[in-house]
Write a protein that binds this ligand. Structure first.
Ligand code: PHE
Length: 455
């Protein structure tokens, strides 16, 4: 059913910024620096870059092409292109998005809280590293406060998508993404000019290959998919709002480039500052919430930079959470004729309820454990390590094997129109993308899956 509510991007740059906004999120700014910190800096960076440029781009094109060819939601895309047998993966993508939304917004809530703390000045009250760790633990462990910030972040997300594709997502991305880049540049300017910062730059540029065991490869590959927003129907849905008169490959190249630059910038924003103040780069998930505030405290004008940093983290998280909720909302609109308002509020409300155990995973109370994991860790593990690879694999197989002609047509659409006929010969890049979705990506993803399940 093509409804009147179905949106479309108003411009190419609108799509590029919205999709880059989806990709650049907590993954690039929170997760990448700490994963690089734990996994040997430059070595992790190299594998990550190889994964994104080598296969990530092709997988993204597969998802975008699925959406654009069908101009519908994820379930419709899988069903139309693959037949009933593949419909499961549409549902599975949306279920994954629903679970991801629930705990992504919990972390999004932390950024709201930390931004408010920075603005009020109290963020830098603790005196030493231990104190900063305590501040973070008591903040995320406060059950009622986490719910308040979680709800606030969810409301901000809904507030954006209520406006629709063009007047909501696109308009907000056009303002927030340039602001994000600006804030990052300011932060990098500060970080790399600190005395001793070059140690951190070296850490990222000179790979320490001793840290490279197979696990690091698997982690980097899985993270590359997550950071390109693959496997949750996000790129598929954003692709479905794309006009047929654009070169999909060119737009996707922009998105991947912006995402890669920002991920690198995040590393160069955080590591030099961490090294300049003699902090360990290996703090893990606490790096941005514990180590960085301690770093800000030690630098002149620290509170200003702290506020700028958490504002940029919030922007990054928000433009991503929007792309996690949108596939589900888009499905309710396309499949069942829901109004956008009703669909958005319904999904947000349900996801909030589902996310409560995740928000309470850090408090004193007992929210239960499964396989030794808190609800938060379990949701994270299942979505990133199991559901994501399964869905990405399905998209590659559909575009590589089941509907390769549709894929080719989507990749060439513009060339074809310009020339008035099919390209006589496929350019090398298109051959590579086809090969990648048929053989390379499936092989790599199966390896990730097997490794995750054996863990
Ligand atoms: N890419 C986003 C990030 O790095 C997360 C995301 C995953 C967003 C999947 C949408 C879909 O934070």
């Amino acid at each position: 059913m093509q409804t009147k509510e179905r949106g479309q991007w108003g411009s190419r740059i609108g799509f590029i910024l919205a999709a880059a906004g989806s990709a650049i999120g907590l993954g690039a700014i929170w997760k990448f620096p700490y994963m690089a910190g734990v996994n040997g800096g430059g070595a992790f960076l190299l594998i990550y870059l190889a994964a994104v440029l080598g296969i990530g781009m092709s997988m993204m094109l597969a998802e975008l092409a699925m959406g654009r060819s069908v101009q519908r939601d994820a379930i419709a895309a899988f069903t139309t292109l693959g037949g009933r047998r593949w419909a499961f993966f549409g549902w599975f993508s949306l279920l994954a998005a629903f679970i991801l939304l629930s705990f992504y917004c919990v972390v999004g809530g932390w950024t709201v809280g930390y931004l408010l703390k920075a603005l009020s000045g109290s963020l830098l009250d603790p005196v030493d590293a231990v104190d900063f760790a305590k501040q973070f633990e008591s903040f995320i462990g406060d059950d009622s406060l986490s719910l308040v910030f979680f709800a606030l972040f969810m409301l901000m997300t809904v507030g954006i998508i209520l406006g629709g594709v063009q007047k909501g997502i696109e308009r907000v991305s056009k303002v927030l993404m340039p602001l994000l880049f600006l804030l990052m540049l300011i932060m990098i300017g500060r970080s790399v000019t600190l005395p001793g910062a070059m140690e951190g730059v070296r850490f990222l540029l000179v790979p320490d290959f001793d840290k490279l065991h197979p696990r690091v490869f698997i982690d980097a590959l899985g993270f590359a998919c997550f950071s390109l927003s693959l496997g949750f129907g996000a790129m598929l849905t954003y692709g479905s709002y794309m006009s047929k008169s654009e070169s999909m490959a060119r737009s996707a190249l922009w998105v991947v480039t912006l995402q890669t630059i920002c991920t690198l910038l995040a590393g160069f924003m955080i590591m030099p500052a961490v090294f300049a103040f003699g902090m360990p780069p290996t703090a893990g998930p606490g790096l941005t919430y514990i180590t960085l505030p301690a770093v800000f405290k030690a630098m002149p004008g620290g509170i200003f930079f702290a506020a700028a940093f958490f504002a940029l983290l919030l922007i990054a998280a928000l433009t991503s959470s929007v792309s996690i909720i949108e596939p589900i909302v888009s499905c309710l609109i396309d499949q069942w004729g829901f109004r956008r308002n009703k669909a958005s509020l319904l999904v947000a409300g349900a996801s909030f309820i589902a996310g409560i155990p995740a928000a309470w995973s850090f408090g004193g109370g007992d929210v239960g454990r499964l396989f030794g994991m808190t609800p938060f860790d379990l949701m994270d593990y299942v979505t990133s390590n199991v559901m994501l690879p399964v869905n990405v694999l399905a998209a590659c197989l559909v575009m590589g094997w089941v509907a390769p002609n549709v894929f080719r047509r989507e990749l060439f659409l513009r060339l074809e129109e310009n020339a008035g006929r099919f390209q006589p010969k496929e350019p090398a890049w298109a051959l590579y993308i086809g090969f990648c979705c048929k053989f390379l990506a499936p092989a790599v993803i199966i390896a990730i899956l097997v490794a995750s399940l054996m863990q």
